[in-house]
Design a protein around this ligand. Structure first.
Ligand code: FAD
Length: 316
């Protein structure tokens, strides 16, 4: 079932979770262990992130280095199918522009369609580790909107080989990313919102936000979206803080702020167990407030801490 149908048919706020594919070399059992404590909360859907290949330098026996391509977390599409099969829950694979040509994208979409997956979250992806700015593959998509248009075309039966006749139409429900604190490359919030509106006007069914720790920023973002005519559901993305190190890692990686009250409390903690407790209380406070204000879905980035998220969700 499509994410948008879940939202339209819901009587209250839904739950959803986001997981990473296991590291290459680990079995899928580790992922099931991660999901097991969360499934009792009956999430409407589960997102699975996408991780592009990276170039790394591997030392040869003679001491020289060779550049090799490694993909640390493969399998997004098949993991979605496996989760759907095991837990009977809808899944949302993330699909990115980075590292993909348009033909590979089309093949990936056809595979997802055959697997019975009705949802995709379309993203640009970040710059590869060896690049300073995002570079598309030759002939690949530059922005998420270009990838989105390819999915919209497939939903209309338009494949890359235009001469194909009597084509089958896919029926993907399409999500896109939004940034309550602005995407870090955008020159200003207005421009970023204009690009977001373009994605919605081109066919996105809903928006999921980057994580935020101050609900006021989410509410201001929703107001700003509504003011420029974005009417689709805007799902808040939430993440627990559980280590002191995240005080610097989260702003650096995701270009977001942590409120002073939260950072002060974390700084007072003696151990990471204390930080986990503070982070869980903060997440609970954010979740209750968002639910009270009628958000369509509470979407949790569970990454590495399913039990913290489970405890919070239980208490909402
Ligand atoms: P876009 O919408 O293409 O925007 C990127 C930048 O370009 C923005 O600054 C925008 O304002 C600007 N822009 C857009 N269109 C134009 C245009 N036509 N002309 C000029 N500028 C333009 N990354 C992964 O690799 N894998 C994942 O699984 C993943 N999951 C994510 C899930 C969520 C909910 C979020 C919020 C992010 C996720 N990301 C993931 C990170 C994402 O790929 C990065 O944030 C990336 O830098 C931007 O992706 P986007 O889809 O927002 O890009």
């Amino acid at each position: 079932m499509k994410v948008i149908d879940h939202i339209n048919q819901a009587k209250g706020t839904l739950l959803s979770f986001e997981v990473l594919p296991p590291l290459k070399g680990k079995g899928i059992g580790a992922l099931y262990k991660h999901l097991d404590p969360l499934m009792e909360f009956k999430p409407a859907f589960i997102n699975v992130t996408y991780h592009r290949s990276e170039h790394v330098f591997k030392k040869r026996a003679d001491g020289t280095f060779e550049k090799v391509v490694v993909r640390k977390r493969p399998g997004t599409e098949s993991i979605c199918a496996a989760i759907m099969n095991k837990y009977n829950v809808d899944t949302v694979p993330h699909l990115i522009c980075g590292g993909f040509g348009v033909n590979e994208t089309e093949d990936a979409l056809i595979n997802l369609h055959y697997l019975g997956i009705d949802n995709v979250l379309v993203l640009r992806g970040d710059a590869a580790k060896n690049e300073t700015t995002f570079e598309p593959e030759p002939g690949g998509h530059k922005y998420a909107i270009d990838l989105l248009k390819q999915v919209v075309n497939l939903n209309s039966g338009i494949y890359l080989e235009e001469e194909l006749k009597d084509t089958h139409k896919t029926k993907f429900c399409i999500g896109v990313a939004g940034y309550p604190e602005k995407h870090f490359e955008a020159p200003n919030m207005e421009t970023d919102l204009m690009h977001l509106k373009n994605k919605v006007d081109a066919g996105a069914d809903y928006i999921i936000t980057q994580m935020f720790f101050d609900n006021a920023k989410y509410y201001a973002f929703v107001d700003a979206c509504r003011a420029i005519g974005i009417t689709v559901p805007i799902i808040p993305g939430l993440k627990p803080v559980y280590t002191k190190k995240q005080l610097t890692v989260l702003p650096k990686t995701f270009h977001i702020d942590l409120p002073t009250d939260l950072s002060n409390e974390i700084l007072r903690c003696k151990t990471d167990e204390d930080v986990e407790q503070v982070g869980a209380e903060w997440l609970l406070m954010q979740s209750r407030d968002l639910k009270k204000n009628g958000v369509p879905v509470l979407h949790y980035y569970t990454l590495g801490r399913p039990q913290v998220v489970a405890n919070v969700v239980k208490d909402i």
